[in-house]
Ligand binder design. Structure first.
Ligand code: ZN
Length: 319
């Protein structure tokens, strides 16, 4: 039997990644990438999406008949049945229909999932989740999202929001969070949180090797700059990353005590940028988690890196 392929799309607030994936092995045949940019309307989004897909298809050089379908993992809340992206992160658009127009355009079935959910699916089938039926994937970058796998299935919750570990409160009356609440884990342990600490210290006159990389309007420092500063031994960035990692350890201890998973998989930009963050968060979690709950636990790094979303999204259309 010939190998089957599908298109997987990671549709984020800053970039669109598309890839042609061999479904049985998770192997990537071709990939393409475009900036999401601020779209004017829904038509703009669709054009950007199809041009990214077209590039990947052209690069893969496969007969379209060998493509089983198109799977999309989108950042934001999604209506899986209707294939609509309900609120697009950073795009200022709501209710974007994705699967129906793609099905019409390519004549292929299309399915939609949330970005964290599909990345978890990718790790489950081909990454660090292989061989485990009870694990949690936590992705740490701009925010903190997680996918929870129980008995081999992704847990969705009553209204589809299960796994929002980034919004567990670790400090009453603490720092404001993007969700509107105060003291959420995300406001202490995400890359954005670490960047804000660095930016505010720089604004107070502290020296920092990557001070010129900070966008003062948003307090943003990219993962690459964080990693450069750590390698050069910058004291301010090192302290901010250490603090963020310890807070992450607190969040992980909550996950461990509540769910008793056999594996916790940590991924995302910050984990790739800093091994220290990973180690410190892991040690803190193991120290704080209940002894019996940590006995069978492994805390490991994600296996698929940037491509977990594409590989997982393609699985949405696997038969
Ligand atoms: Zn929050």
């Amino acid at each position: 039997m010939p190998d089957k392929f599908a298109v997987g799309i990671d549709f984020g607030g800053t970039k669109i990644l598309a890839g042609v994936v061999e479904l049985n092995s998770g192997r990537l045949i071709a990939t393409s990438k475009k900036k999401t940019r601020q779209p004017n309307d829904v038509g703009d989004v669709f054009k950007r999406l199809t041009s990214t897909i077209d590039d990947a298809l052209q690069d893969a050089n496969l007969d379209i008949k060998r493509i089983s379908g198109i799977g999309i993992g989108a950042a934001g809340m999604v209506n899986r049945d209707k294939g609509i992206l309900l609120n697009a992160v950073n795009m200022g658009l709501n209710e974007i229909p994705l699967t129906a127009p793609l099905e019409d355009y390519y004549g292929l079935p299309a399915r939609l999932g949330n970005d964290v959910e599909v990345a978890t699916l990718g790790e489950m089938k081909f990454g660090a989740g292989r061989g485990s039926a009870n694990f949690v994937c936590i992705f740490i970058g701009t925010g903190i999202g997680s996918g929870v796998v129980v008995d081999g299935k992704i847990l969705r919750g009553a209204s589809g929001t299960a796994g929002e570990v980034g919004h567990t409160v670790i400090y009453p009356y603490g720092r404001p969070c993007g969700c509107g609440a105060s003291g959420c884990l995300e406001a202490y342990a995400s890359r954005t949180a670490i960047a804000k600490v660095v930016a505010s210290e720089v604004a107070r006159g502290h020296e920092c090797l990557v001070a010129d990389k900070i966008d003062p309007s948003k307090g943003i420092l990219r993962s690459k700059s964080i990693s450069q500063a750590l390698e050069a031994g910058d004291p301010l960035v090192t302290r901010a990353v250490l603090e963020g990692a310890r807070f992450m350890g607190l969040g992980l201890a909550t996950v461990i005590n509540f769910l008793n998973p056999e594996r916790i998989i940590l991924g995302g930009g910050l984990i790739e940028a800093s091994d220290m963050y990973f180690q410190v968060a892991k040690d803190e979690a193991m120290m704080r988690g209940l002894k019996i709950a940590t006995r069978k636990l492994e805390i490991v790094k994600a296996g698929l890196g940037d491509y977990a979303g594409i590989v997982g999204a393609a699985q949405l259309v696997a038969k």
